[in-house]
Ligand binder design. Structure first.
Ligand SMILES: *[C@@H]1O[C@H](CO)[C@@H](O)[C@H](O)[C@H]1NC(C)=O
Ligand SMILES: *[C@@H]1O[C@H](CO)[C@@H](O)[C@H](O)[C@H]1NC(C)=O
Ligand SMILES: *[C@@H]1O[C@H](CO)[C@@H](O)[C@H](O)[C@H]1NC(C)=O
Ligand SMILES: *[C@@H]1O[C@H](CO)[C@@H](O)[C@H](O)[C@H]1NC(C)=O
Ligand SMILES: *[C@@H]1O[C@H](CO)[C@@H](O)[C@H](O)[C@H]1NC(C)=O
Ligand SMILES: *[C@@H]1O[C@H](CO)[C@@H](O)[C@H](O)[C@H]1NC(C)=O
Length: 630
């Protein structure tokens, strides 16, 4: 079993700082780019309300992130596969003493006594419980309660400021402007078409003798067999006790056991009764009292295909968030950053015991070792994240890559537009009516995750024909970030695309960020017409939500083969995806586009494109390449 650890907090009381801090004026530190769709600001937060404040301290050596990640991930690096230890990562990036001192002095000068402050063991955060009145004064802001039509509430402020002399030491402060996807508000949207009368799974007899009967309808009904045939997946794991594969779900989204068995009965009969291994993060529950597509669709889909494609590999379900709050991306990260919480002999019973919290849900910090692959089919409009929040989170994904974990995110289902087809205003990059600027999705835009777009078997075609970009029900999310600069691993591929197709550009100036920013997706897989067991029947779903676990499953199988031959997991794979010598390992997608914002979007073209990335995996070739690496 995994060791359960807590976030050990170190008191700051004993540390003396003699130097008085200079006084300086406040400067705006973070501001929400866009008001969250569907949430109403309903009232001012009471001044006595206690806020659990976390001050994120600036890390050192962040300029080394890309280089360190490349040193263990680039196929030509002599250190390929020699992943870092958690201790090495903490030591490299921990905030400096000067930073800890500057922030501590600011808070104590403002009247918050030193014994109220706690430094997290990784030295990344200072925690303090403070009244809303204290925080509003510290940050020169106002806190409000926001209410969702579902009745869910959360609190936050629209912007906040910090003194100029501490700004360089502060990464971000929580809770402030971050709006995490709660009440299912930002759940990756997929549409379901009910498929009545196929509960018993009738097999349509093929009219084409070259196609096995169960592959006859893959253009209208994707199954495990269709995916195996499409991508050449013919591999049964042998090192399952040493390998790990995690799938993240955010409460109240939950799988139903009956739905798994319905799917398995039809498409993987020997798996009936098999369940994921649940890891409950932050008081999570796999709830079953609210049942509908919106509550079960994502989890049912991810688990049925992730488990089905990698059997008999046990799949870990990272169920995140309790029923009252839900959770955000940082929450599942906290749970697998265990190594970050336990370093420094953190297992000290004198300091342990703060969590789990008897008053309610535990803060699940470091409750499991990072799985070798993690698949997450959720996202948010990048414009709803502040740059500080997005950058800090993105750096954590880079650290996971350095540790040897592959993090896979879906890219969204609205083409170049955001959730609900929303686009940005050209002037300020905020969502507005009639906006025409493309609206990319985070965390897919983080250069340190593998972003997965969606393809389809074109209508009337078979698994033997080239796929196109998905244009049924959804369009593959793709484009260019407004926060992240372009990582070097994709520079060649993206500039080849740009010079061939955007020079001259068919779009109006300002339609998307052309200043050399991170382009996505990296790779793609089928995302149309998935047959899933959902609320007791078989239904069809569409989305990059389907594509992500399929790619993650293939990486899991590749890890199995490597582990079986005494090698390590592949970790961050983007250097390999874009490496020209590995191009034969992908099926280039050259049909279709990703409509949105009143435009046809980008086109899938020869080579990398911002619709389908480098294309879909050719599994046998990809497996051979990864097996040949050290
Ligand atoms: C930072 O502080 C720690 C503990 O107070 C001390 O051991 C260490 O030497 C200091 N490092 C620097 C670079 O001043
Ligand atoms: C804040 O209050 C909670 C609940 O009482 C407590 O568990 C936690 O340790 C406190 N945190 C700090 C930094 O004092
Ligand atoms: C910050 O938010 C307040 C409302 O809390 C608003 O009045 C002010 O204009 C905002 N400032 C900026 C720079 O966005
Ligand atoms: C929910 O799960 C519990 C425990 O397995 C079961 O007893 C109950 O019948 C389920 N409820 C619904 C509505 O499916
Ligand atoms: C474009 O992206 C870059 C990062 O590559 C960012 O610094 C810049 O602010 C973005 N521009 C706009 C208008 O969002
Ligand atoms: C996509 O292809 C269409 C048809 O060839 C062309 O008109 C359009 O300019 C292309 N768009 C881009 C962004 O390449």
């Amino acid at each position: 079993m995994h060791r359960v650890t807590s976030l050990f907090l170190v008191t700051l009381a004993g540390i003396a700082f003699a130097v008085p801090s200079p006084r300086s004026t406040h400067v705006l530190h973070e501001k929400r780019a866009m008001e969250p769709v569907d949430w109403m600001r309903t009232s001012r937060l009471d001044g006595d309300h206690v806020l659990p404040m976390r001050f994120g301290l600036s890390q050192q050596n962040l300029h080394l992130v890309e280089e360190m990640l490349a040193s263990v991930s680039h196929p030509e690096s002599p250190k390929y596969g020699q992943h870092y230890s958690a201790e090495e990562i903490i030591e490299t990036f921990k905030p400096s003493n000067e930073t800890i001192e500057a922030v501590t002095n600011w808070l104590t000068d403002a009247g918050i006594s030193r014994d109220r402050l706690r430094l997290s063991i990784n030295k990344g955060w200072i925690h303090v419980n403070a009244s809303t009145a204290e925080v509003e004064d510290l940050l020169k802001t106002e806190y409000h309660i926001y209410t969702h039509p579902s009745g869910a509430q959360q609190l936050g402020c629209h912007n906040y400021s910090v003194p100029a002399h501490v700004q360089g030491h502060i990464d971000l402060i929580k809770p402030t402007v971050q709006f995490n996807h709660r009440a299912g508000a930002n759940l990756e949207r997929r549409r379901v078409k009910p498929l009545p009368n196929i509960v018993s799974g009738p097999v349509v007899t093929s009219t084409d003798a070259s196609i096995p009967a169960n592959l006859a309808n893959c253009d209208s009904q994707i199954t495990l067999a269709c995916l195996r045939a499409l991508y050449g997946i013919d591999y049964t794991p042998v090192a399952t006790d040493k390998n790990t594969f995690g799938i993240v779900e955010f409460t109240p989204q939950a799988f139903l056991p009956g739905d798994l068995d319905l799917f398995f009965k039809n498409f993987a009969p020997n798996m009936v009764g098999v369940r994921p291994i649940p890891v409950l993060i932050d008081g999570a529950v796999v709830q079953n009292f609210s049942q509908s597509f919106n509550f079960n669709g994502e989890s049912d889909l991810d688990l049925q295909y992730g488990m089905g494609l990698t059997a008999p590999q046990p799949v870990t379900l990272l169920q995140t968030g309790d029923l009252s709050q839900g959770a955000g991306f940082d929450n599942w990260l906290d749970a697998i950053d265990g190594s970050f919480c336990t370093f420094d002999g953190g297992d000290d019973p004198e300091q342990d015991g703060i969590y789990p919290d008897a008053a309610g849900s535990p803060d699940s910090c470091g409750i499991l070792v990072p799985p070798n692959v993690v698949s997450i089919s959720y996202g948010q409009d990048e414009a709803t994240a502040s740059a500080h929040y997005a950058n800090r989170q993105c750096t954590e994904y880079a650290k996971l890559g350095m540790l040897g974990t592959t993090v896979v995110y879906s890219t969204g289902d609205d083409g170049v537009a955001g959730f609900n087809d929303a686009c940005l205003d050209v002037n300020d990059n905020e969502v507005g009516t009639g906006g025409t600027t493309f609206n990319p999705e985070f965390p897919a835009t983080c250069p340190f995750v593998t972003a997965v777009g969606a393809t389809q078997i074109n209508p009337g075609n078979t698994v033997n024909d080239p796929e196109g970009a998905c244009e049924q029900v959804i369009f593959s999310g793709g484009g260019f970030s407004n926060i992240f600069a372009m990582p070097s691993y994709q520079a060649l591929a993206v500039s080849a695309y740009e010079s061939a197709h955007l020079n001259p550009s068919p779009f109006l100036a300002g339609t998307f960020n052309t200043s050399g920013s991170r382009a996505f997706p990296d790779i793609s897989a089928n995302g149309a017409n998935y047959v899933i067991g959902i609320d007791g029947v078989l239904g069809l779903v569409f989305g990059t939500s389907a594509s992500a676990p399929v790619v993650a499953s293939m990486i899991t199988l590749i890890n199995d083969a490597r582990i079986a031959s005494g090698k390590g997991p592949v970790g961050f794979i983007n250097h390999i995806l874009y490496s020209p010598i590995f191009a034969p390992a992908f099926n280039d997608i050259t049909m279709g586009g990703n409509h949105g914002c009143g435009t046809p979007g980008f086109n899938a073209t020869k080579g990398w494109d911002p619709v389908t990335g480098v294309g879909t995996p050719n599994f046998p070739r990809l497996l051979d390449i990864f097996k040949s690496l050290p």
